[in-house]
Design a protein around this ligand. Structure first.
Ligand code: NI
Ligand code: MN
Length: 226
């Protein structure tokens, strides 16, 4: 499984012969808008963790360009279906099979509404289960005891956790989250893209190293494989 980072919580996951785009927010992200052309992105599916602008901004354009369906909770499914865009519902607690593998939708503790004010339902995290490896994408969330359930569903090989603090967990809580999900390898996301979530990269990495864990921070367009 190959994971490419495009800033904030935007990821491209190559899994089981498919490319999955998660939470596309590029054209208004100062860090990525000049480096990535959304029309160049391949997508077989677009997964949305919740409806905030910094997660859905480019979803409609990429869906129209690629024909990829949008996968999200029932409110997200309904929102895009009403716009005439193909969408697939996957709500918290649900496990769904796709042609590339299985995805379980799990709890995230956060808020969610669309930029136009319409209700976005409960925010989600996702466990992507490939043939050999599994990754957990927490989405925007606080630390929650619910994360202790994650290893009961899948052995996690990479945890993708927010570390920007203020509107999600920060690095210290993300260390505890990595204990809860029983995965010491963490890809940090949701930092630097907005003024109030700028972080000290070296300090965040030290927080993980001191706990015997690895925090990976990727540049825009950089990838890692699990
Ligand atoms: Ni959010
Ligand atoms: Mn966000």
């Amino acid at each position: 499984m190959k994971i490419t980072y495009y800033g904030q919580n935007t990821l491209a996951i190559e899994i089981g012969g498919a490319t999955v785009i998660v939470d596309p927010f590029i054209t208004q992200n100062e860090l990525s808008k000049d480096k990535v052309d959304i029309m160049d992105l391949k997508a077989d599916y677009i997964f949305l963790t919740h409806a905030h602008f910094d997660h859905i901004l480019d979803a409609e354009a990429i869906a129209k360009n690629t024909g990829a369906p949008i996968v999200g909770n029932f409110e997200i499914y309904q929102y895009y279906t009403d716009k005439g865009i193909e969408a697939i519902p996957l709500n918290q607690g649900g496990l769904r099979s796709f042609d590339f593998g299985k995805v379980k939708c799990v709890t995230a503790i956060h808020t969610s509404s669309f930029p136009d004010g319409s209700y976005g339902g409960n925010p989600s995290g996702f466990i992507f289960m490939g043939e050999e490896k599994n990754i957990y994408i927490a989405g925007d969330t606080s630390l929650t005891m619910d994360m202790k359930l994650i290893p009961k569903w899948a052995k996690i090989d990479l945890a993708i956790l927010p570390i920007g603090d203020v509107v999600t967990m920060g690095a210290e809580d993300a260390v505890i989250a990595s204990d809860f999900v029983e995965c010491d390898k963490v890809l940090g996301v949701h930092y630097d893209a907005l003024p109030f979530i700028k972080i000290d990269h070296a300090a965040a990495k030290k927080t993980f190293k001191d706990a015997g864990k690895e925090l990976v921070l990727l540049g825009i367009g950089e990838s890692l494989s699990v």
